[in-house]
Every structure is written in C-alpha cells, then in structure tokens.
Design a binder for this molecule. Structure first.
Ligand SMILES: *Cc1c(COP(=O)(O)O)cnc(C)c1O
Length: 398
C-alpha cells in the first residue's frame, strides 16, 4: 500500500462516516502485543490501547482462539434463554468484584443507563414517588446516551441536546461539603468515576470516598461508582474502589472487560438487587450473548494466568518515576495524577501538538481535556516499553 492508499481511504471515510470525530490521519490495520501497524506498515507503540480497552494487548492468541471457538459454536441467543458462557462470566465477575448481581450490556453508556434505572427504581419502591434526584460530579464523563449524558459534568457535551433527564445536580469531586449541600430527601444516588478519566485524570481521595460512603449509608442513598475506564486491573486492583476499601452499592464496568469485544456490565449488591430492577424492568437483545461472554471469560482467565495485575503493580512505579522526571526536566509540564496504568501528565500549554508529533514519531498517545496527556497502555507493558515511550515523547516535546 502506498502513501495515496491511506489518503484515499481517509477521503472516502470523510464522505461516508458521520463526522463526529476529528480523527488522527492514519488508517490502522493490525496489532501485535503493545504495537499497532497502519495500512502502510508503519509501526506504533501504543499507550492508549483503544482507550483503556485492550488490556491484554493486541492479538493475544489464547483470547483470539477462545473467540474463534465460540463463533463456531454459538454467537447469539437473546436473553430469553440461558447460555453457559454468560453464566460462567457472571460467576467470575461476581468473584473479582465482590458484588452480587450483574446485568451485561453492550457498552459503557448502557451500563450507566442501567445503573440510573436501578437507583431510581430503588427509591421508587421505597417511597412511591418518582421525582428522585441524582448527584453527579463536575468534569465527569459517563457516556453519550441521554441518561449518561445527563450526569456528565461537561456542559458543552450536554448543551445542544437539552432537555436532559431531570433532577441531576453537580457537585465538586473531592469536596465533600459540595455533595452534602446538595442532598435532599429526594436524593437517590451519588455517582462518580473512582478516577475521572476524560475529565483530566482526577482520582477520588480516600477521605472523600469514605465520607460519601458514610453519608450514603446514613441517608439510604446509593453509592454508584463508574469503573468503566479505571476498572479491570488498570490501577493495580481489579477495580479502583478496592484500593480504598469503599464498596459501592452499584458499579459499572466496560472498556477492558471484553478485551476488545464490545461489552459492559452493571453490578449491584444483593440488597439493591432485591429492591430495584425486576422482570420486565430492563432488557437488552445482545447483552451477555455467548460471544461477548466468551470474551469476558477469557479476559478474566488470562488476568489470572498471565498475572496481569501483578505486572501493573511491578511496572507502574517505574512509569510514575519516569513521568515525574519529565516534570523536573521541562517547565511546561506541571504535574502528574493517576494510579497504576492510568496516568495523566498536565501541561501548562495545550497538548494537541505534542500528541500529533508523537504519532508522527510512532507513539500513540491521547489527551484527557486540552492540557493533559493520558497514559492508558495495555496492561502488559514492560519497563522497556516505558523507556521507549519516554524517549519518543521527549523527541516530540520541542
Ligand atoms: C468510556 C466511558 C464511558 C462510556 O463507555 P462507552 O462504551 O463509550 O459507551 C462511561 N464512563 C466512563 C468513565 C468512560 O471512560
């Protein structure tokens, strides 16, 4: 494939696809481990992993084989019947999360929708009224469907699509008083990302988590944690909330859960399950179908067999050290935030140009807001990959 090959594809794409993304000008073809290749054969070191999705890296043979095997057996059943992969996946996700009940979805935003419905139903069963309120956080991101968008704390994402679903209030992450001040008799849930992703990599503080948990317990408000980006081993625990020991009533996961196959899930405690969604309240044609469930099963098996979380914990301190050295070295790099393999480096200037230069130099990075470079690599990266990444990034800074 020659240079014009890539250009022509991009021209065709811009005529056929709805233009909702300003895409980088490359056409990706295949992946292997921590590397991606475009259709001209150029190799890229990938520190984005399809936005925190490809935890196991690209073309993991055991994962691919499991999918192929399931494809030849059964791909879809609908949810009117049981299927073994979904039962296995449910048992496994219960075990690693400590939650009691799971509903499988096809995406993160759908998991958020389900969580909102569960919270509203819980409150409805409690007092018979329907105008309950949800407290979400400024700078949060929960997805693009109307419910998830309504609790997303970036006004520009919401503005053109008003009206949102009602009775949503926004507090400040890590400012307990700002949450407490919004609580009324109608509050049914407090929802936030354990580590804010799109908003710029802002981890919840332990004290904030504990205070919210206590407040929720006291007022019978549900604590809902969005683990869609920060979950699945990325922070060195299976779910980021496990680092704090603050267990939610409802949680969502997606992104890395299927290792590349589109899946999501919302999970809840038995107490909430017994007093919220019941037959007829919620559904999905595809959610938890045998192919998606086979992906989840293999991902969770490989997490254990390949010691994925151990790798995060062994390499992440090195990544942090290397990023911190950049702060010392360059006065336009302000600070680092994050945990494990979910890191943000905040610049005093916009990062778009640096990310473009890195791409030209064979390194895939992504922003989180205008001034933060986000590092969400496959969870299999080594110290050598970190060194390569830092070398290319430094070449791309000037
Ligand atoms: C990506 C993301 C979502 C939405 O997931 P989709 O699969 O894109 O719908 C929701 N919450 C968080 C924290 C995310 O990072």
């Amino acid at each position: 494939m020659n240079q014009s090959g890539m250009k022509e594809y991009i021209e065709e794409a811009e005529k056929a696809l709805l233009h909702t993304y300003n895409r980088y000008q490359i056409v990706l073809d295949k992946g292997e481990g921590v590397h991606l290749y475009d259709i001209e054969g150029k190799k890229y070191l990938d520190f984005v992993s399809g936005i925190a999705v490809f935890a196991l890296g690209y073309c993991n043979k055991a994962y691919n084989d499991a999918l192929k095997e399931q494809i030849d057996k059964l791909i879809h059943t609908s949810n009117y019947y049981y299927n073994v992969p979904a039962i296995e996946a449910a048992k496994k996700i219960k075990k690693v999360s400590g939650m009691d009940r799971v509903f499988f979805t096809n995406s993160g935003t759908e998991a958020v929708e389900g969580a909102i419905k569960a919270a509203r139903k819980y409150a409805y069963l409690k007092d018979g009224t329907t105008d309950h309120e949800i407290i979400a956080m400024e700078h949060s991101f929960h997805g693009r469907t109307m419910g998830a968008l309504s609790i997303t704390g970036t006004p520009k994402y919401r503005e053109p699509f008003q009206p949102m679903i009602g009775n949503i209030k926004f507090a400040q992450m890590n400012d307990f008083e700002s949450v407490k001040n919004l609580v009324t008799d109608k509050t049914c849930a407090v929802i936030f990302e354990t580590i804010q992703g799109e908003g710029g990599i802002y981890p919840a503080e332990k004290e904030f988590m504990e205070q919210i948990k206590a407040l929720c317990g006291e007022k019978d408000i549900l604590l809902i944690l969005d683990e869609i980006q920060c979950g699945m081993g990325r922070t060195g625990e299976m779910f980021a909330w496990q680092r704090y020991g603050v267990k939610p009533d409802i949680m969502m996961t997606a992104k890395a859960l299927g290792g590349g196959v589109p899946v999501g899930a919302f999970l809840m405690t038995e107490r909430v399950a017994q007093q919220s969604l019941t037959s007829g309240d919620h559904g999905t044609t595809y959610g938890g179908n045998p192919l998606a469930a086979a992906a989840i099963n293999k991902v969770l098996d490989l997490f254990e067999e390949s010691h994925i979380i151990e790798n995060v914990n062994s390499v992440a301190p090195y990544l942090e050290k290397k990023l911190d050295e950049l702060i010392e070295k360059y006065d336009f790099i302000k600070m680092r935030r994050g945990a494990g393999f979910m890191q943000g480096l905040e610049f005093t200037r916009p990062v778009g140009e640096t990310i473009q230069k890195a791409l030209d130099n064979g390194l895939i990075l992504i922003n989180a807001g205008t001034h933060v470079i986000r590092f969400v690599p496959p969870l299999i990266i080594t110290k050598a990959d970190v060194d390569n990444m830092i070398a290319i990034l430094e070449r791309s800074l000037s």
